[in-house]
Design a protein around this ligand. Structure first.
Ligand SMILES: CC(C)(COP(=O)(O)OP(=O)(O)OC[C@H]1O[C@@H](n2cnc3c(N)ncnc32)[C@H](O)[C@@H]1OP(=O)(O)O)[C@@H](O)C(=O)NCCC(=O)NCCS
Length: 152
């Protein structure tokens, strides 16, 4: 891989269509039969609230090859919620570049702690995260419920 031409940068509004298609191209982001990736309106909201959200993409030859989302939940705590590299480009440092960029941003903002929740079956992400110095603290199950929409 010509790693020198992978660019890591903040996601922009004009990237939404491509990133959304990228996220839907693999079921790895799915949390249920209804939720397969972040909604476009969420991506837009996060792009416009950069104090609370770090959205990074890796691009190569104009295409999206990597994605990272971190939510800054408080001045002390950041949650790495999404990290994904195109399968055929894994193992070339793209995940590390995105992670390091987000980590340095958190550090420069004074955030003191970063957590991540992983699918227990996702051994690649676990290997990656342990390699970065994270330690397994607890195992959770994911519970979700739709909120009923009241007519206004
Ligand atoms: C985890 C992931 C992002 C890593 O991206 P990547 O670009 O392949 O990672 P890198 O090439 O930067 O690897 C960095 C380090 O992690 C290590 N690593 C990567 N995958 C690993 C694995 N399966 N087991 C152990 N270590 C691993 C590498 O050996 C490397 O270590 P080194 O720096 O000491 O050589 C990628 O495998 C991925 O996208 N997996 C799927 C994640 C997913 O499903 N996301 C959707 C839900 S959020």
């Amino acid at each position: 891989m010509r790693s020198q031409i992978v660019e890591i940068r903040h996601m922009l509004e004009e990237d939404i269509e491509k990133v959304h298609a990228f996220g839907l191209s693999d079921f790895s982001f799915s949390v249920s039969n209804d939720v397969h990736f972040y909604e476009k309106e969420e991506l837009l909201e996060w792009i416009h609230t950069p104090k609370q959200n770090i959205l990074l993409i890796g691009t190569m030859d104009g295409g999206v090859v990597g994605f990272l989302y971190t939510h800054i939940i408080s001045k002390l705590w950041g949650i790495l919620d999404g990290l994904y590299v195109k399968p055929d480009l894994r193992g070339h440092g793209i995940g590390t570049k995105m992670y390091n960029t987000a980590y340095q941003e958190l550090q420069s903002r004074g955030v003191e702690y970063i957590s991540v929740q992983l699918d227990v079956n996702d051994s690649d992400s676990r290997g990656f995260i342990l390699n970065k110095g994270f330690r397994t603290l607890k195992t959770y199950s994911w519970y979700g419920k739709d909120i009923e929409v009241h007519p206004k």
